[in-house]
Design a protein around this ligand. Structure first.
Ligand SMILES: NC(=O)c1ccc[n+]([C@@H]2O[C@H](COP(=O)([O-])OP(=O)(O)OC[C@H]3O[C@@H](n4cnc5c(N)ncnc54)[C@H](OP(=O)(O)O)[C@@H]3O)[C@@H](O)[C@H]2O)c1
Length: 262
């Protein structure tokens, strides 16, 4: 085979990837590799575990074949200042989890919000008008944005007391009765710490409640298991994860026409 053939293959292989740190148990590479294989797409998906966001420009320089990136903890906010443009929704949320490259422009998007909305919506009942969001990190912003879009009031819960948040100690029976939708956006209960759970009064959870955990590993966190045992409807973060990945793929390929080899 000629050298020209190898150059041809190299040019054809679009590169996608994930930046974050650490990236030990990431879902995305396996998901996209399966997708590429199933749909005969000439592309590869790699992990880029950069230790500091200041390494981002160097990463771009060293990987000219980059066609799309996902962004995870702890860079969803910090990456924004390195981008040429930010989509309106991501701007409003204040976090980017997807980066597209088009016509030399590097643009940030948020597909977490869309994934959360599409996976939550079918479960909503008339009593789910007020929500508690556990945690105040990157993903809590996408969740809060979505709830606002859906007309659901929300209250954030944090370990630290600040003006706009409740602490876990302030979650009285009355509070728990008022907020019938509870969303865990903390990493508490995630593998390998599967016995951990957010310190909420589970005795006040009942059949009217909907408990949503952004965690997808394990499939059923202790937070969800205790809620289920009290009759609540429960949902893990797996569908959200799949939906945000698919939304990223659509962004990376929007406007791309399929070229018929014949
Ligand atoms: N399913 C999906 O598609 C999806 C998408 C995004 C994220 N996630 C998952 O969501 C979780 C959070 O992600 P993130 O990016 O928002 O993380 P993050 O930015 O680190 O924020 C998590 C928040 O949780 C709270 N927290 C952290 N450690 C805690 C502890 N030991 N006890 C109680 N609260 C604690 C903190 O809020 P306070 O300091 O205010 O307490 C923190 O700001 C992760 O498990 C991630 O895998 C899933």
């Amino acid at each position: 085979m000629s050298g020209a053939f190898f150059i041809y293959i190299y040019i054809m292989l679009a590169l996608y990837g994930l930046i974050g740190f650490p990236l030990t148990h990431s879902f995305s590479p396996a998901y996209f590799k399966m997708k590429f294989a199933a749909q005969h797409i000439d592309a590869t998906y790699e992990l880029f575990p950069i230790k500091a966001i200041r390494e981002f420009p160097e990463l771009l320089k060293n990987n000219p074949a980059l066609a799309g990136l996902n962004v995870t903890t702890p860079y969803k906010e910090a990456v924004m200042r390195y981008l040429d443009e930010i989509d309106k929704v991501a701007e409003e949320i204040g976090a980017v989890n997807c980066i597209g490259f088009r016509d030399g422009i590097i643009k940030g998007y948020n597909t977490d919000a869309l994934g959360f909305e599409k996976s939550l919506n079918p479960l909503l009942k008339s009593q789910h008008t007020q929500a508690l969001i556990l945690g105040t990190g990157g993903s809590s912003k996408a969740v809060a944005y979505t709830l606002s879009q859906l007309g659901i009031g929300y209250q954030k819960v944090s370990r630290d007391k600040t003006e706009d948040v409740l602490t876990y100690k302030e979650l009285s029976g009355e509070v728990m009765t008022h907020y019938k939708l509870i969303i865990n956006t903390t990493p508490v209960g995630m593998y390998p710490n599967v016995d951990d759970l957010p310190p909420i009064p589970f005795e006040n959870i009942g059949e009217q409640h909907l408990l949503y955990d952004l965690i997808y590993n394990p499939e059923e966190t202790k937070f969800l298991a205790l809620g289920k045992a009290r009759g609540a409807v429960v949902k893990n973060g797996f569908e959200m994860l799949q939906l945000q990945a698919e939304a990223s793929w659509e962004i990376w390929n929007q406007g791309t026409e399929t070229i018929d080899p014949d």
